[in-house]
Design a protein around this ligand. Structure first.
Ligand code: AMP
Ligand code: ZN
Length: 455
């Protein structure tokens, strides 16, 4: 029985899909805003949702997964003020908006692959779904949820009895502080569905609409695109914890007002952040590391994935190079041990223990402990088959043998080192190991042999 922590109810709940008779699950994950490189904090989120998807599939579900790509409408401030992030980046880099979004999306997808994250069934770009967004705003207009200001078309949050239920926003608080700036909004929490282009801003991305030339607000894309691909009600919606009070709250408001189905989404899952020195890694503050930067420092993407798996997705993970180094060591050791196992059957007891941990709200850190216990268990039978099954969830390519081309110079040093090891001249052997590392290769010694990999 799979249990998931649902932000909507603040409880761990048994997962039961909306369509009880089939094994189909609809899942939507808020995706990247493609105006810059995605940093490793962003990637931690996608690794968490990849794990969720793999666990659902491990449990026999067939997951239809959508990730949106925000390529218009996300302003520098989540509550509809500031500049459009894409327009700003295009101006800064003196490029077409589409060049910016295509380039960063391409790099993002490459990182996805490197991290062994399964691609969604649909990548849905906001600019490719303007019609769907306009249609959804039209439905809301017809039902009386919208009003016009000098700045755009807004959603009237006071029309919804349960507005803010996901974030448990207090009604009194919402009404208080009626200092409302942009274009005379009626309530503090009202948000833009459609923004008018200003004469002063000369935008690259703008469209005609029944209300005037402009562009969609940030939240409407997710409600419009999820309903297109997953239906007007679906099972799981994921995102970062910062999405709870504004973005996801507003997605729910729009969708429940338009479609009349409650709850619009049955399970809401939110991932905790990757921190650096105690603070959220964020693009607006410079982003810190990207995956390529880690690679340049000698870490493989799957070593970063391993690090992410050592902390539960609802707990913050404080990133440091030291932590990544120790993840690297553990991951390589694990692969080395596994490379020497031959027994291909499945160990039922260990697999059951593994299943119990992953089904407990994706307790992957405990699942990794089960794996370590198995590889260290001298008496256990059926190791390789079990590890193969476990790796369907971890996605760490634990059984994959790395084929590397070793340059002659390095080969020579390795041979010399082997001789020294046979003579038990550890000091000189270590010196050669350091020399080999300088040339970009790492030597790991196991009981029976030494294993070489590229840095
Ligand atoms: P963005 O491209 O900024 O819209 O973010 C894309 C996704 O990455 C969202 O789901 C965010 O919640 C997530 N995200 C951003 N920063 C972090 C972080 N430091 N740790 C974990 N997830 C993050
Ligand atoms: Zn979203």
């Amino acid at each position: 029985m799979l249990e998931l922590y649902n932000t909507l109810t603040r409880k761990k709940e048994v997962f039961r899909p909306i369509d009880k008779r089939s094994k189909k699950v609809g899942m939507y994950s808020c995706g990247p805003t493609v105006y810059s490189y995605q940093h490793i904090g962003n990637m931690r989120s996608y690794i968490s949702w990849d794990i969720l998807k793999r666990i659902l599939e491990f449990n026999g579900y067939n997951v239809k997964h959508v990730i949106n790509v925000t390529d218009v409408g996300h302003l520098t401030n989540d509550s509809d003020t500031g500049e459009d992030k894409i327009e700003r980046a295009a101006k800064k880099e003196k490029k077409k908006a589409s060049e910016i979004t295509n380039y960063y999306f391409k790099v993002f997808k490459e990182d996805f692959k490197k991290l062994n994250i399964i691609e969604p069934d649909f990548w849905s770009k906001a600019t490719a779904h303007i019609k769907e967004q306009i249609n959804l705003i039209k439905i809301l207009e017809k039902k009386g949820y919208t009003y016009k200001t000098s700045d755009g078309i807004y959603f009237d949050t006071s029309k919804l009895e349960d507005y803010g239920k996901l974030a448990r926003l207090k009604k009194e608080k919402l009404k208080a502080g009626k200092r409302i700036a942009i274009g005379k909004k009626k309530n503090k929490t009202d948000f833009a569905l459609w923004k008018f282009s200003k004469k002063s801003e000369s935008r690259q991305q703008e469209w005609n609409s029944p209300w005037g030339i402009g562009y969609p607000g940030w939240h409407i894309e997710c409600s419009a695109m999820s309903s297109k691909y997953l239906g007007r009600q679906f099972d799981i919606h994921t995102g970062g914890q910062e999405h709870i009070p504004i973005h996801h709250t507003n997605e729910i408001a729009q969708a429940e007002a338009a479609f009349g189905k409650k709850p619009w989404v049955k399970y809401w899952l939110h991932a905790a952040w990757l921190l650096f020195k105690g603070e959220k890694i964020s693009k607006s503050k410079g982003g810190l590391y990207t995956l390529s930067q880690l690679e340049k420092k000698g870490f493989s993407p799957l070593e970063f994935r391993y690090l992410c798996l050592t902390t539960h997705y609802r707990k913050p993970l404080n990133f440091s190079i030291e932590k990544l180094e120790s993840a690297q060591t553990s991951y390589q050791r694990l692969k080395n041990i596994i490379s020497e196992i031959k027994d291909k059957k499945v160990n039922k007891k260990y697999l059951e223990e593994f299943e119990e941990t992953i089904n407990n709200d994706l307790d992957i850190p405990s699942a990794l402990q089960v794996l370590w216990k198995l590889v260290r268990d001298k008496k256990a039978k059926g190791k390789l088959g079990t590890i193969k099954k476990m790796d369907e969830v971890f996605g760490l390519n634990l059984l994959k043998k790395e084929k590397i081309k070793i340059p002659a110079e390095v080969k020579k040093l390795i041979k010399e080192r082997e001789k020294l090891r046979k003579k038990k001249d550890w000091k000189k052997a270590d010196k050669l190991r350091a020399k080999i590392k300088k040339l970009g290769y790492v030597v790991e010694d196991t009981e029976k042999r030494s294993i070489i990999r590229k840095l």
